[in-house]
Ligand binder design. Sequence first.
Ligand SMILES: [Zn+2]
Length: 214
Amino acid sequence: MTELGDTLTTLLAQNQAWSEVMEEVDSSFFDRLSSGHKPRCFWIGCSDARVSPNQITASKLGELFIYRNIGNQVVAKDAAFNSALEYALFGLGVSHIVLCGHYCCGGVRAALSGESSGKHLTSWLEGMREEFTRRQLTATDVKIVEENWDIACEININFQLARLCSSQLLHDYWDTGSELSIHPILFDLRSGVLKSHNVSVSSSDAAREVAATI
Ligand SMILES: [Zn+2]
């Protein structure tokens, strides 16, 4: 069997075992799951295979509305992101947005070094790389890239927060009188711990201040 076949076989077998355990533990679980979802939190994270939002927060299915991309980026022209944000706010009525970056992020490293796996990824990381260049963090020397990696992951989360705070959708949502707080956090793969920045943004005015930092 091909490697792909092996992978699919494994995934399907694991799913079968999981669904049976869930049914056994809670016989109405799938009835509730299929009846709809009302998550209170919109999670923006990286596509990295090691940072699964539900797993690292021990959240149940249905508790997080999730959007992931390489580098947990907020890009103004990203239609997939804008539609997810719009639905999270005006469809689901979430009251929290978690913007989750992580240490050891390959996207951040590629933006630092300028070495990516192709033209699409290079283009996707362009804004992040410009920010790192502005802060004199980009380098071709592997050792310097390594040294700057942690701080770049921290800068990236603040950069993406500022971009998020520029979104008109957020301001429109606050204008309706809805409550919304944005929480930037960083996941440390080396310890499994999520680090909160303790700088939640909870109003239009606060968001405008953060947006003005870039
Ligand atoms: Zn990443």
